[in-house]
Design a protein around this ligand. Structure first.
Ligand code: HEM
Length: 590
C-alpha cells in the first residue's frame, strides 16, 4: 500500500478535533525526539521526507472531515500545528535547564539557533563579534545551541592537544558528500594521524631548508616587479601574488604566474576567495549543507578550484619531480608508505597547500608592513636590525639561521600574528563519536557539543598579554618577564579571573610597566596539538626572508590619500582572513 492510499484509508476514520490536534502535537514531539537522538542531516532525503512531510500528513488526513472535506485547509492546519510545536519544543529544550549547556551564558538567539552564528559569520566580522561576546559574558560563551567558545589557556591542551578532541562538525558542513577530504577536514583522529605523516616529512627542518631556493627565486621576482611600480602599489595584493605563485611551485611544481601576469588572469585567486566565503557560512549548518551542495551553481567555485588542482596534479605527474618539493612528499615519491596515496588524496591535499599556505602567510606579511608603517619607531628599530645583520651592498638577506636569531624581527612577526591571526576564530573540535563526551579541566563537554578556541580573542586577552593587549607593541616579546609556557604547562596553573579590562594600561614603556605579561601558552596563531599548522616552519622562514628582503630593497610610506583605518576595517573573517588594500609608495634603497 502506498503512502497516498494509506492516507486515504486514514481519512475514513473519524476522530474528534481534539484527538486530531493531540495526535498532531504528539507527532511533532516524537519527531523532535527522533532528531535529538539520531541527528539526521538533510542529505538523508528519504528520512527527512518521512519525518517532516509524511508524519504531519497523517493528522492532516484526520483533519479533513473537520474542514468540510477541504484537503488544502486540513493539510495547512496540520502542518502549521506540527511545525509550531516542533519549533517551540526545540526552542524550549534549548533554553531549558535540562540542556547540557544550560549553565553557560550567551546571547539568547545563539542558544536558540545556529542560524544566528551563520549570520555572524556572513558579516565577515565574526572575530569582532566573538571578542565582544567574551567581553560581555566571560571566558566560556555559548555561541550556538550546541557550541561553546572558550578563552581559557588552561584548557587549550585538553581541547586541541594530543589528548584532546578531533575536528568538529564544521568540517562536515564544508565537505562535499562522499568526496575525499583534505588533511584539514579529516574528523577521525586516527585517519588524520595517518594522513599527517607525509606532511610532517615535508616540513621537517631538512625539507624546509630545501625549499629556501624556491622562496628566494620568487622573492627576487617580487622585488623586480615592485621596482617597476614604486610610485604606487597595493602591497597586500602583490604579496598575495607572491605567496600564491610560491605555493603553486611547492604544491604542483609551478603553474601559477600571478606576478608575471601582474594579476589574477586565470581567476584562481578570486575563485579561492569566493569559495572560502561560501564555505565559511555553510560550515555552520552541517545538517543543511548537503542540500546546498546540490543547488546548481552554489558550489561552482569549489568545483572550479578542484578541477584546477586536478589539472595541475596530472601535469605534475606527467613531468615527474625536478626537486623535492611538497608534491614530492605528498605523492610519496620516496616510497615510504606501504600504500601510495590515491590521486584524489593528492588533489585534495595539493589544493589545501595552496589555500592554507598562501592566504595565511600573505595576511601576516601585509599586516607586518601595515603595522610598521603605522609605528615609525618600530619600523626604524627593525630597519636598524636588518641593516646591521645584512649591510646594504653585501648581499641579500637569505641566511635563514641568522634571520631566525634576529630577536626584533621575530618579535614583530609574533606581534602581528597575535593581533591579526590569519585563522581568527574557528579552531573547532568536538568529542569523538561514541565517546559520550570529554572532560576539559573540571568541565564535561557532552558528545554532540562543539568547542571553539578563537586565537583572535585569546591573544588579545589581558590575562595573557598586558599592558595594552589591543596595541601593536613588539617589545612585549623581548621583556624579561615573558612567560614561555606551552598550553600543556598552563593546564595546571591557577587562573586569573576573567576581565576584559584587567591590567590594561595605555603605557607602552617596559620600564614603566613592571607588570608586563606575555604568556606564550595563549599564543596559538598556528593552533596547537596533532592538527596544528603543518607548514609553520616554512611560513616562518618565508616571512622572515620576505620582510628582510623588502626592507633591504625599499623604504616605504603610505600612498597619499590612503587612510590606515581602512586596514582594520577591511579585515574579514571567512575562516581565514580576507584583507583589504595596502597602498604604498616605495623608494628603492639599493
Ligand atoms: C603565517 C602563516 C600560517 C598560519 C598563521 C597558519 C595557521 C594555521 C592554523 C591555525 C591551522 C590549524 C587549524 C585547526 O587547528 O583547526 C593550520 C593548519 C594547516 N596549515 Fe597553516 N598556517 C600558515 C601557513 C601555512 C603554510 C605556509 C602551509 C604550507 C602548506 C600551511 C599548511 C597547513 C596545513 C596542511 C594545515 C592542516 C593541518 C592538519 O589539519 O593537520 N599553513 N594553519
Amino acid at each position: 500500500m502506498d503512502v497516498f492510499s494509506a492516507l486515504h484509508n486514514i481519512k475514513m476514520i473519524h476522530l474528534s478535533l481534539r484527538d486530531t490536534v493531540i495526535i498532531d502535537v504528539a507527532s511533532a514531539l516524537l519527531v523532535h525526539l527522533i532528531y535529538k537522538r539520531y541527528e539526521f542531516d538533510a542529505s538523508r532525503l528519504i528520512i527527512s521526507l518521512l519525518l517532516l512531510v509524511v508524519i504531519p500528513s497523517i493528522p492532516a488526513a484526520f483533519f479533513v472531515p473537520h474542514f468540510s472535506g477541504s484537503t488544502f485547509l486540513a493539510f495547512l492546519s496540520s502542518f502549521t500545528i506540527f511545525y509550531l510545536v516542533l519549533i517551540s519544543s526545540i526552542a524550549a529544550y534549548r533554553l531549558s535547564p535540562w540542556h547540557p549547556l544550560a549553565q553557560y551564558p550567551g546571547p539568547i538567539l545563539a542558544k536558540l539557533t545556529k542560524f544566528w552564528g551563520t549570520w555572524m559569520m556572513a558579516t565577515g566580522r565574526n572575530h569582532i563579534h566573538l571578542k565582544q561576546m567574551h567581553d560581555a559574558y566571560g571566558p566560556y560563551v555559548r555561541i550556538g545551541p550546541n557550541e561553546l567558545s572558550i578563552v581559557d589557556a588552561s584548557v587549550i591542551s585538553s581541547v586541541l592537544g594530543s589528548e584532546g578532541m578531533p575536528k568538529g562538525p564544521m568540517w562536515s558542513g564544508r565537505m562535499i558528500k562522499n568526496s575525499t577530504p583534505s588533511l584539514l577536514a579529516m574528523r577521525s583522529a586516527h585517519a588524520h594521524a595517518a594522513r599527517r605523516k607525509p606532511w610532517n616529512r615535508a616540513f621537517n627542518s631538512a625539507a624546509v631548508k630545501g625549499y629556501e631556493p624556491i622562496v628566494i627565486k620568487r622573492g627576487l621576482q617580487l622585488v623586480r616587479e615592485l621596482e617597476k611600480r614604486t610610485s604606487g602599489v597595493d602591497l597586500a595584493e602583490w604579496i598575495s601574488f607572491f605567496t600564491t605563485d610560491f605555493m603553486g611551485d611547492m604544491a604542483f611544481g609551478g603553474g601559477f604566474e600571478l606576478m608575471r601576469d601582474g594579476g589574477d588572469k586565470e581567476g584562481v585567486w578570486s575563485t579561492i576567495e569566493d569559495g572560502m566565503e561560501f564555505l565559511a557560512v555553510i560550515q555552520h549548518l552541517p545538517w543543511l549543507s548537503p542540500l546546498l551542495f546540490i543547488i546548481p551553481g552554489a558550489m561552482k567555485n569549489v568545483y572550479r578550484f578542484r578541477t584546477f588542482c586536478r589539472e595541475r596534479v596530472q601535469k605534475r605527474k606527467a613531468h615527474g619531480s625536478l626537486s623535492k618539493d611538497l608534491f614530492y612528499h605528498l605523492i610519496d615519491e620516496d616510497h615510504i608508505e606501504k600504500t601510495p596515496p590515491s590521486t584524489e588524496v593528492v588533489i585534495s591535499d595539493g589544493g589545501l597547500a595552496i589555500v592554507a599556505g598562501s592566504d595565511t602567510t600573505a595576511t601576516v606579511l601585509s599586516g607586518i608592513f601595515f603595522f610598521l608603517l603605522t609605528n615609525p619607531s618600530v619600523h626604524a628599530r627593525l630597519q636598524q636590525e636588518i641593516d646591521a645583520a645584512f649591510p646594504l651592498g653585501e648581499g641579500e638577506p637569505f641566511d635563514a639561521t641568522k634571520l631566525a636569531e634576529m630577536s626584533f624581527l621575530n618579535a614583530v612577526i609574533n606581534e602581528t600574528l597575535r593581533l591579526q591571526p590569519p585563522v581568527p576564530t574557528y579552531l573547532q573540535r568536538a568529542p569523538e563519536e561514541g565517546s559520550g563526551g570529554k572532560w576539559i579541566g573540571d568541565r564535561f563537554i557532552p558528545e554532540g557539543t562543539a568547542v571553539v578556541i578563537p586565537p583572535y580573542v585569546i591573544s588579545r586577552d589581558s590575562r595573557y598579554f598586558s599592558p595594552a593587549p589591543d596595541s601593536f607593541w613588539p617589545e612585549r616579546w623581548l621583556h624579561p618577564s615573558v612567560i614561555r609556557r606551552t598550553p600543556k604547562q598552563q593546564e595546571s596553573m591557577a587562573q586569573t579571573p576573567y576581565s576584559s579590562t584587567l591590567l590594561s594600561s595605555p603605557t607602552l614603556n617596559p620600564d614603566a610597566s613592571p607588570d608586563v605579561i606575555t604568556n606564550t601558552a595563549a599564543f596559538i596563531p598556528f593552533s596547537y596539538g596533532p592538527a596544528n599548522c603543518a607548514g609553520r616552519a616554512l611560513a616562518q622562514t618565508e616571512m622572515r626572508m620576505i620582510v628582510a628582503l623588502l626592507m633591504q630593497h625599499f623604504s616605504m610610506r603610505f600612498a597619499d590619500g590612503y587612510d590606515p583605518r581602512d586596514w582594520e576595517a577591511h579585515i574579514e573573517d571567512w575562516f581565514t582572513v580576507k584583507k583589504g588594500k595596502l597602498h604604498v609608495v616605495l623608494t628603492p634603497r639599493v
